[in-house]
Design a protein around this ligand. Sequence first.
Ligand SMILES: [Fe+2]
Ligand SMILES: [Fe+2]
Length: 290
Amino acid sequence: MNNLNNDEGTPLASLDVWEDDVLSRYPEPGGPAKSKEEFRNYDKPELDGVREFYRLNHKYQTYENVLAKKANFLKFDKKEMPWWQAMEYLNTLVDDSDPDTSLDQLQHLLQTAEAIRADGHPDWFVLTGFIHDLGKVLCLFGEPQWNVVGDTFPVGCKFSDKIVYPEFFADNPDTYDERYNTSYGVYSHQCGLDNIHMSWGHDEYLYHITKDYLPEPALYMIRYHSFYAQHREHEYDHLLNANDQEMFKWVDKFNPYDLYSKSPVPPVVSELKPYYEDLLAKYFPATVKL
Ligand SMILES: [Fe+2]
Ligand SMILES: [Fe+2]
């Protein structure tokens, strides 16, 4: 299942196709009125790819899958390297679907971070923008796309019908497991997100890599930036505690930089590298264990 040459590994022509689809779902408020067609500047076969991606994601993101991925990846025994080198390693995740218009991973991260910096936010916020997708290295460790990207959601309780393509949860065995298919499932009223298992992906993985080094708002931005069913649809208020609600204001603040900072003008990596290397050194140890 984890072989990337397998169809179930790569229904998306690239990881960006998922993000383009999120953008079409949540267009920039107050932005220029664009038709769905303008956002979806890809052909029908890729739309099928998005559907297929969500079908697999919703079928296989079970409570058991999450526990298994945590047991494996939270050992951080895959690779160890200097932080900047890890960012370059992520960038070997080549997007060959649309070389004319798509930015590579490092360019997306630099654009997100530079937009945050231009608005005068604290340096840890800029740093968060710069690293927020580093967890996508999971793909380079052979994980299928459905275990790396996609909207995230709690497992161990009923899947919200506000999650995109909810009909595909009919294929998920947890839908029929009475431990997991009630609105609280294995959790309790406002027990707090820290006690909840989210579907596995790049967000949760990077949270565990960074949790000892960044302020709490940064950790919420990293951990929940794809949790659209909550930060856009407020579907899990019965599980969030008061601190989660407070911290989600930061997730909301971060999200537009992730979605709407994409510009076709690529940043000049060599010019920005010294600033970002200093920022990495200020908050993190010299190397990162993946
Ligand atoms: Fe992301
Ligand atoms: Fe991103």
